[in-house]
Design a binder for this molecule. Sequence first.
Ligand code: ATP
Ligand code: MG
Length: 395
Amino acid sequence: MSDAVTPYLRPGSTLGVLGGGQLGRMFAQTAQRMGYFTAVLDPDADSPAGRVSHHHVHADYTDVAGLARLAGLAEAITTEFENVPAPSLEHLAAARPVAPGAAAVAIAQDRIREKAHFIRCGVACAPHAVIETAAQLDAVADELLPGILKTARLGYDGKGQQRVATRAQLAAAWEATGGVPCVLEKLLPLDFECSVIVARGHDGQMVHLPPQRNLHRDGILAVTEVHPDNMPAALAERAIASTRSIAEGLAYVGVLCVEYFVLADGAMVVNEMAPRPHNSGHWSMDASDVSQFELQVRTLAGLPLTAPRQHSPALMLNLLGDLWFEDGDDAMPTEPPWADVLALPGTHLHLYGKTAARRGRKMGHLNITGADIATVRATADFAAAVLGLPIPLSE
Ligand code: ATP
Ligand code: MG
């Protein structure tokens, strides 16, 4: 195949990303490893991605002049942040290739449209009701309680969610949102949670990473485990097939993560999707021959997609800002004992260069690899003990 028939953005070109968080940083670092220049748009002068990028446009996501500067610097543009206003993506798309596209991002930003898309693709979601009006609130079926009221837009890490057991609590919770569009989801008995990451190219070619088993604490991802026995094979296959059909249905270009609930009775329902690399895919940086960020670079640059091969069982521990604080003392952050963690074979530390630690803030992650999952888990237990994270790590 000659370059003449397969156009792609050559190394030496500049790739742009909207959003300067850790996902943008790892995208930029990966793009740079592959010979690209990078440009980041983020209003924060100290953003994790801005600090490592060749170009940093300090502007708000809706600032037309800032968007024009980004489009002037970058030959193709992606996003690391799903709450980028879709009109900003459309604006950029008039000047440059943008992946994922505004239409797919707009669906992922809105739980109501997202659930409708899942159903259209034949993938079951949790029983739910849309609440946009007082009449819809009154019409909610009793069997949806107890449930979780989720704002349709702008939720992340469990923010924008309220658990409700009675109709009175539901009404109060909706009022507390200010009456914004919401979804009430039935509270399901979860056995475990998992996610699948796919990458789809402009030509429709699609590859996936192996399904990830995820443990959340307080609504935030805490642990991801990836190895061939992390879930029954039939469930893994179903999760992969469902994710592929969700991406296909969006005519998606880029990296997409879809999260699932596996219920106590073995049924699987889709929870939500993220139109970007995902926290649950960070293990791929050390245990897969192609990481989720390389997939993002490849889809954006129009490079071929080859099936990623996991070469080691993997476990990822999220490192939240809480680790910087002794119990009850929020005044004096102290750096966790990294040298003690890195003394353990198979540990790979990723820190995002955030200047201030705060409770609940994602500061980094620790990937752990090893010859087999028992070794990996034993190392993870040691690392957790050194860091003061709760043990046991898995349910
Ligand atoms: P993020 O985008 O960071 O993943 P989010 O704020 O969008 O989080 P969800 O993924 O909807 O929130 O929910 C966060 C967590 O709350 C889930 O991972 C799950 O542990 C729990 N949860 C959410 N919905 C339900 C449900 N219907 N039944 C039981 N548990 C749920
Ligand atoms: Mg989630």
